[in-house]
Design a protein around this ligand. Structure first.
Ligand code: HPA
Ligand code: ZN
Length: 325
């Protein structure tokens, strides 16, 4: 338990975390009541029965459905605070938070409401826990490219309050190259660039994310292991992968955590980091992900090096990085 506590609480940055994926079933019901929304389930117990997924899409269906309870700035603030309390206990000193603006806009919520709520939660988390954080809106890749272009323009006036731009949602059939113009514009706005690639999709999508979108980190990226030259490129450019073991297990990307290519990627010189993705849905927060790897034989030095990779991969300046160590 002493080693386990050390692993759980060592300082780390969380670099792959969808704030909507931290919405626990209990909070979803609380917010539904507060906003007089009728959820299409028989109750909390019925909802909790539905957390069995067979693919990314089967998860996304429930995830997008539950997001409809988020209506006010207070809802978004409370969601951030509930996550940050857990992140603090897990040793998180820095969190770079994804959200899906297009889905909230489609639900009739103003972008300013979303941003004001999330940012106020982040300010409070800095005061309460000393956790530094940044916001990365993600383009929902299975919505039309025109919607993505509209979204980046809607975000543009508040670009200086954002850290970066990401790309998420259903992967296969929605290649990164389709979003070249969107990412070009985001780069021109001074945003840091990341994209989900190689989760369910092939290594070629990871290559496109690098070559066409010019991303600085790849979210998931585990299928990079299928392409030796790509591993060499990731090593050469020191592109971090934000891996999410419990997510891959729950979405049946692998049938066993031991199948994950984390050690092969690390041996190839690729900076691997460990993250929780959508912890309310996947059975654990970032400390549970570290603990799960420990239980299948990852050593304290291996886990410490992945935590150190996360601090190095965070989008902060050197002065701030020193305060995180
Ligand atoms: N992959 C793609 N889209 C997502 C994910 C994910 O793991 N989580 C939330 N949106
Ligand atoms: Zn993700």
């Amino acid at each position: 338990p002493i080693v386990s506590d050390a692993i759980r609480t060592m300082p780390k940055a969380e670099l792959h975390l969808h704030i909507e994926g931290t919405l626990e079933a209990e909070l979803a019901y609380e917010l539904a009541e507060r906003n007089a929304i009728e959820l299409p389930f028989a109750g909390l117990e019925d909802l909790k029965q539905r957390y069995h997924f067979t693919s990314l899409q089967s998860f996304l269906d429930l995830y997008y459905q539950l997001m409809s309870v988020l209506r006010t700035a207070d809802d978004f603030r409370d969601l951030v605070l509930a996550y940050m309390a857990k992140a603090n206990r897990a040793g998180v000193v820095r969190s770079e938070i994804f959200f899906d603006p297009q889905v909230h806009i489609a639900n009739g919520i103003d972008l300013d409401t979303v941003l004001d709520g999330l940012l106020s939660g982040m300010v409070l988390a800095r005061e309460r826990y000393g956790i530094s954080s940044g916001l990365i809106p993600c383009i929902v890749r299975d919505m039309p490219v025109e919607s993505a272009l509209e979204t980046i323009e809607a975000l543009a006036p508040r670009a200086d309050e954002l850290l970066g731009l990401g790309l998420d949602s259903a992967e296969v059939g929605y290649p990164p190259e389709d979003f070249k113009d969107v990412f070009q514009r985001a780069g021109d706005l001074g945003l840091r660039l990341v994209a989900h690639a190689g989760e369910e999709g092939p290594a070629s999508y990871v290559r496109q994310a690098l070559d066409d979108l010019h991303v600085e980190r790849v979210d998931h990226g585990i299928h990079s292991v299928e392409d030796k030259d790509l591993i060499e490129l990731l090593k050469h450019r020191q592109i971090p992968l934000t891996c999410c073991p419990l997510s891959n297990l729950k979405l049946q990307v692998v049938s066993d955590l031991g199948e994950l290519p984390l050690r092969r990627l690390m041996a190839g010189g690729v900076p691997v980091t460990i993250n929780s993705d959508d912890p309310a849905y996947f059975g654990g927060y970032i400390d549970d992900n570290f603990d799960a790897l420990s239980q299948i034989g990852f050593t304290l030095p291996e886990l410490a090096s992945m935590a150190e990779n996360s601090l190095n991969a965070a989008f902060v300046d050197d002065a701030e990085r020193r305060t995180m160590l």
